[in-house]
Design a protein around this ligand. Sequence first.
Ligand code: SF4
Ligand code: SF4
Length: 331
Amino acid sequence: MVAVFKEPLSADDVKNKVRELGANLVGIADGQIMNDNPPDPADPRRPSDISDYDAGRVIVIAKRLNTGTTRINRWDERHKYYNDELTTTTLEEIALETVFWLEDKGYPALIVPPSHVDPWRYQGNPDEHMKPLLSLDHAAVEAGLGTLGLNRQLLTPEYGPRVMLAGVLSSVDVAADARREDALCLGPECGRCLSACPGDVIQHWDRDWSACDRYRSPHGFPQLTEFIEGIIGEPDNMKKQEMLRSEDGFNIWQSILRGSGVVTGCRRCQDVCPVGDDYETMLKDALDEIPEATDEKTLRLADMLKSEQGGDLPNAYTQHDRWIGKLGYHG
Ligand code: SF4
Ligand code: SF4
């Protein structure tokens, strides 16, 4: 029989262990504060919805993306998908080891995966954006790791948005971190994420999430269903065979094999963001120029800035100001 015991732990004990396991950043959010402040009150997805007993703390673990692939300008580059998928795997292993370590100390724990969604909420429309079970970007802000940017990506002072996140729920009784109050994002005055976005899906403190999914997951479920529907609907058998053997089919097969191109994909907005200690020294020389920028995008950003300077902030900001933070870039 396993004895029930709880070894006293401090927040530093937990964080040191997570870093020792290979994480680059770690923060601890108070589960109750997250329960009280769901990002979308109309569709709350709270730690307590996942576990009644073991969600007192949300330990948010971040692993940085590797720099070599970030320096590649193309958004749809297989090395990026593949390297990022391996980063996800490493992150999941760190999270799992954290769970076992906490449980050996007497605290039941579980992982909130970075990319899984709730299949019970799927409505039969592959193009519908499926929100995660718990927004780890919002959890990371509650855990003091950073703030959300113009397109709602998490920005950290160390690596900007160039991190992947995993969450561990546990009611380990350690101090939670404080949320950062000031925005790290430089807002539309910067707008580099919007200028670089290949799908032009970035809005004023928001993004078109369904449109983004086509890029973030370029060989994902909608593309798979479209591919199969195309083959089923093709009357010519020779053409059917050609479609099966096409590059699209090959990409989908390769993506299913490892998840690269499904759970990983476009991250051009993360690559070009100037926030983060890594940007000046490791990235700027390769990423300063933005070939996707257009006059129309520049004008749109200027309009956003003008309306903000006139005191007019969109609902997308006011509904998320808790996590975006106080804007200080033109004040
Ligand atoms: S992931 Fe790609 S498509 Fe989505 S917002 Fe970022 S740059 Fe745009
Ligand atoms: S690129 Fe600029 S506007 Fe976009 S998130 Fe980063 S700092 Fe904010």
